[in-house]
Write a protein that binds this ligand. Structure first.
Ligand SMILES: [Zn+2]
Length: 158
């Protein structure tokens, strides 16, 4: 797909050193709309939505926040959320900003660990944007879904 001018401007803001030091794209050279649609295809195959993933991430972050920087036991996971001064603006220019907060979650059964920021939750929930390949903050949709145990097996409602 050819990159439209709006996407091209978005790409500039997502490069390293603009909004955040490391940027959002890694070495991914695909148009942003292609990155998003490829990840949406993965989610369609998995039968899970980016909104469900973001909500599960936010639930864990909220649990982590209760620990005020200490590790919290959140059922299947141990969670720690750390907050820093300031805010990060959304690169999609929707006037949304996210607290500078990082969450680290460890699956108690497997020992697997994943990390995300509040901005990552927003990017996934509102923009289905999991960041570019090679970005330090990219979350692979399939890995994230399996880590979050989504989609939940049918009949597993708590
Ligand atoms: Zn946004």
């Amino acid at each position: 797909m050819k990159e439209n001018p709006k996407d091209a401007l978005l790409r500039i803001d997502m490069e390293a050193g603009r909004l955040i030091k490391e940027g959002f794209l890694g070495e991914d050279e695909r148009p942003i709309s292609d990155i998003i649609s490829a990840d949406l295809d993965t989610l369609t195959e998995l039968e899970v939505s980016h909104v469900e993933l973001a909500r599960a991430m936010r639930r864990l972050t909220r649990r982590g926040m209760e620990g005020m920087g200490e590790v919290v036991d959140a059922g299947d996971y141990l969670v720690k959320s750390e907050e820093y001064m300031g805010w990060l603006g959304c690169p999609f220019k929707d006037n949304r900003r996210a607290a500078k907060r990082n969450t680290q979650a460890v699956d108690k059964q497997t020992g697997r660990e994943m990390r995300w920021s509040d901005l990552s939750i927003h990017l996934i929930e509102q923009h289905a944007f999991f960041q570019g390949k090679g970005s330090a903050f990219r979350l692979e949709p399939a890995e994230l879904a399996s880590f979050l145990r989504l989609p939940a097996p049918e009949g597993a409602a708590e």
